[in-house]
Design a protein around this ligand. Sequence first.
Ligand code: HEC
Ligand code: HEC
Length: 188
Amino acid sequence: MHLLKRAFTVSLFLAFVWTMQVSANELTQVEQKAAVCFGCHGDKGKSSNTQTPSLAAQQSVYTVNQLKAFKAGGRVNAIMQAQTASMSDEDINNYGAYFAVQLPPKASGDPALVQQGKSKATVCLGCHGSAGEGNGQFPRLGGQQPEYMIQQLSHFKSGARQNGAMQAIAGNLSEEDIKALAAFFGSL
Ligand code: HEC
Ligand code: HEC
């Protein structure tokens, strides 16, 4: 009985180690494919281009939703529509999983603007997380490129990017609010 129990524990342990190795190998394979993304989105998804979003530490559900939206044409961007045109659902899920486990980015901003943004951000935190970390379909904003966030908030405001909640929220933000909020979230 005792021996049986031990054998069972050992096999459980081996199964665990095997699973870990498989998923680590899978991530390495995805990383090789993701090299094409790094050219624009930065090494391991940490962008140093103000117009291009970081993907690192992004919520996997959100990344998957966006890639599907580009592919289907619901989110309009010529570069990303071309990138996603021939992506399979498996590729899309793999990218979501890969970028979600990379170290979070950080963007710096003007301290006065960051403070101003902080005072306006309470309304955002319920969906985007108390530290801007996101949650499922609600994207991480913490450490995101401020210029990119300004563009996206303007797109929600004009209706060029569609999402019920964000169009309503951005509709009530002034350009000054948008700049301050983007600086604040970028600094997290
Ligand atoms: C030639 C440059 C370029 C390449 C290569 C590229 N992207 Fe993008 N990507 C962009 C730009 C620019 C945007 C912002 C689009 C917009 O303004 O809506 C973007 C947006 C995204 C978004 C939305 C992010 C967000 O926060 O909403 C995801 C997800 C994404 N890209 C994933 C990828 C993946 C995965 C790859 C590799 C297979 C890739 N991209 C390759 C330029 C690129
Ligand atoms: C009711 C929930 C909710 C609230 C409150 C909210 N958001 Fe959002 N936000 C979303 C969702 C959902 C998305 C993703 C939309 C999509 O899938 O295209 C989003 C997307 C965004 C994006 C685009 C991120 C990217 O990577 O492209 C920005 C920027 C953003 N929100 C900023 C804000 C700011 C600033 C506030 C506060 C003033 C705020 N949001 C409040 C739900 C919310």
